[in-house]
Design a protein around this ligand. Structure first.
Ligand code: C2E
Ligand code: CA
Ligand code: CA
Ligand code: CA
Length: 276
């Protein structure tokens, strides 16, 4: 048994070495990926449930690796976050998203009320530089502050609520909208909304996935919508994959929705076709 344990240990440490090696290599590849043109943004449309109109887009980062092909953001964002590279990539994402949105507005004047949502990682928020970056980007691109929505996860806000609340208050004072992403997955949930100043919440797609089958998920979703509305907060449902989900969310008074049933993330030029 002892020998097996030893082998076992050796096996695990080798597997761990390989995992560490993979991460290190990915980090090296990610450095300079923007300059090499491997990173791009995809835009997923967000629709109003009340009237079915297109209201905005969420910018989602894509990495086309020269050897390994498309790498999932859930994998490489984590590497970027751990290594600190997100502090380089994040501002580039913010700038490109604002530039693309300005281009859509210029080509389609009817799109001048469209918003663009940009994901902001916990590390970007903690760095404290975000308000300055946002101000510079809005000034340089000419995008109206209220058109920019920043999506933060609950984990970015929890732990350092005082610091986060101060930053968010400064951002909101400049006119930018703050959204809480993946809402409902953290344990803090609704009580947070009283302390952290936000404009909207995005109900996590794990709730939406089961909203037609699981009465608990429907009850929770309905409660989130009611609670948010009583606080003057807008609600987005993400991961809407079926017409039935869309219908029930609409019936429950949810404000906005995005998901494969409504539209997949597409390139900036394909997105502008939705505006024509
Ligand atoms: P997220 O912010 O929750 O983004 C929504 C994810 O759900 C996206 O995955 C989107 O493609 C996917 N999705 C949209 N509709 C549906 C649907 O109907 N069904 C299902 N199953 N999935 C749907 P994606 O693009 O792979 O991004 C994964 C995560 O990576 C994002 O989750 C976000 O946390 C992070 N991420 C992406 N881009 C950025 C970025 O520019 N900066 C930062 N910090 N994080 C990013
Ligand atoms: Ca998001
Ligand atoms: Ca989300
Ligand atoms: Ca469930």
């Amino acid at each position: 048994a002892k020998v097996a344990g030893k082998n076992c240990h050796r096996f695990y440490s080798r597997a761990m070495d390989q995992a560490v090696e993979r991460r290190v290599r990915m980090e090296q590849d990610l450095r300079g990926a923007w300059e090499r043109g491997e990173l791009s943004l995809a835009y997923q449309p967000v629709y109003s449930l009340a009237d079915g109109q297109l209201r905005g887009a969420e910018a989602l980062l894509r990495w086309q690796h020269p050897e390994h092909g498309a790498i999932a953001p859930s994998v490489f964002i984590d590497v970027a976050e751990q290594s600190g590279l997100i502090e380089v990539i994040g501002p580039q994402v913010l700038r490109l998203a604002c530039e693309d949105t300005m281009r859509w507005q210029q080509a389609h004047p009817s799109a001048d009320q469209m918003f663009v949502s940009v994901n902001v990682s916990p590390r970007q928020l903690r760095s404290g530089d975000l308000p300055r970056q946002v101000a510079t980007t809005l000034r340089d691109t000419g995008l109206e502050a209220a058109r920019l929505h920043l999506e933060l996860t609950e984990t970015a806000v929890i732990g350092d609520e005082i610091h986060a609340s101060g930053l968010l208050a400064r951002l909101r004072a400049s006119g930018v909208k703050i959204w809480l992403d993946d809402f409902g997955t953290g344990f803090s949930g609704l009580s947070h909304l009283r302390r952290v100043p936000v404009d909207g919440v995005k109900i996590d797609r794990s709730f939406i996935a089961d909203v037609l089958r699981d009465p608990d998920d429907l009850a929770l979703t309905t409660a989130i919508i009611a609670m948010a509305h009583s606080l003057g907060i807008t609600v987005v449902a993400e991961g809407v994959e079926k017409e039935g989900q869309y219908a029930i969310l609409r019936e429950r008074g949810c404000d906005l929705a995005q998901g494969y049933w409504l539209g997949h993330p597409v390139s900036a030029s394909d997105f502008s076709l939705l505006l024509a």
